[in-house]
Ligand binder design. Structure first.
Ligand code: CUA
Length: 337
């Protein structure tokens, strides 16, 4: 009975360890070429280090065992034995040097391989701010460049270069299922190549402590086939959808007359603020507040009503609104698809 319980506990522990390695935010569940290269490097180092560890422990146990057996054995001071022991130490030192050089070479070639920079690269500008991500799709055609936030759509099977900048402090962009991490440093341009081999939503997280809400600075990569991606680009580069529904229309007028418009932009309206996220298609994004809540009319209303309680320290002030005004503005926000 006791044995069965301990076996059950062991199985449960193993299952949770293995299950913890999969999912939409895991370097152990790689879905993009750079992440796959990093995964292979990690596995190589882990396996070699495990073998070395087992060998070291086995040698140590054997030495302790033999010393017990032959405590008074004069052979221990035998010159032949001394020579053999010297050779064993030399072999171990050479093996260590070879393994460390091998790891260094493997890391060097992996770093070179994950840069992937070739032709046919899609460039997207990503700026880190306390505590959200501004995403700009630059297009040479006039009026086609657009700005969004916290959700980056990419086409499957294509290299995407993220041009990383920071507006305030150091952040770190990390979507473990697709690539390694890269810092966003004020006054400096870094880039990171990502690539998704199959469609899906991959979650990322700021990986550098950047202030009070560092833990609430997520990003989502939505990888889709090229037809869906093109459709998304056309939708996002267009102007905001204007709802004719009366509550949303009233909400639009309120939004433009209140302080909202001085911090946020909604393309096609007089709201051109650049402090907060662009809201042109806010309702089409999966989440608000950098992954804190799913986007629904309810969460939008809650956020507008009291952003400081939901995400203390963020830059959005509480704007006093009546219940009717709050309902109208949230209806307008929820209509921006
Ligand atoms: Cu941004 Cu941590």
């Amino acid at each position: 009975m006791k044995n069965q319980i301990s076996r059950g506990l062991l199985c449960a522990a193993l299952v949770s360890v293995v299950a913890g390695c999969t999912g939409w935010q895991s370097a152990m569940d790689a879905h993009g070429a750079p992440a796959i290269q990093l995964y292979q490097l990690t596995m190589l180092i882990t396996i070699v280090c495990t073998i070395v560890w087992i060998l070291v422990v086995a040698t140590m146990v054997r030495a302790i065992w033999r010393r017990r057996e032959r405590r008074d054995d004069p052979l221990l001071r035998d010159p032949m034995m001394e020579r053999r022991m010297g050779l064993a130490v030399l072999a171990a030192v050479v093996a260590t040097a070879i393994i460390i050089s091998g790891f260094t070479a493997a890391s060097f070639f992996t770093t070179r391989a994950i840069r992937l920079a070739t032709s046919d690269v899609l460039s997207i500008r990503v700026r880190g701010l306390q505590w959200w991500w501004e995403v700009t799709y630059v297009d040479a055609a006039p009026g086609k460049t657009f700005v969004t936030a916290n959700e980056i759509h990419i086409p499957v099977g294509r290299n995407v270069r993220l041009e990383l900048e920071s507006a305030d402090v150091i952040h770190s962009f990390w979507v473990p299922s697709l690539a390694g991490k890269q810092d966003l440093i004020p006054g400096r341009h870094n880039d990171l190549t990502i690539r998704a081999e199959r469609p899906g939503v991959y979650r990322g997280q700021c990986a550098e402590f950047c202030g009070l809400q560092h833990a609430h600075m997520s990003v989502f990569i939505v990888a889709e086939d090229s037809a869906d991606f093109e459709k998304w680009i056309v939708g996002q580069s267009g102007q905001a959808f204007s709802s004719t529904e009366s509550e949303a229309a009233a909400g639009k007028q309120l939004f433009l007359s209140k302080p909202c418009a001085s911090c946020h932009a909604v393309r096609g309206t007089s709201a051109v603020g650049a402090t907060g996220p662009d809201l042109t298609h806010v309702a089409s994004r999966r989440t608000i507040a950098a992954g804190l809540f799913e986007t629904t009319r309810g969460t939008l209303a809650a956020w507008i009503a009291d952003p400081q309680t939901l995400k203390p320290g963020n830059n959005m002030p509480m704007v006093p609104l009546s219940g009717d005004d709050l309902r109208a503005i949230s209806a307008y926000m929820a209509s921006l698809r």
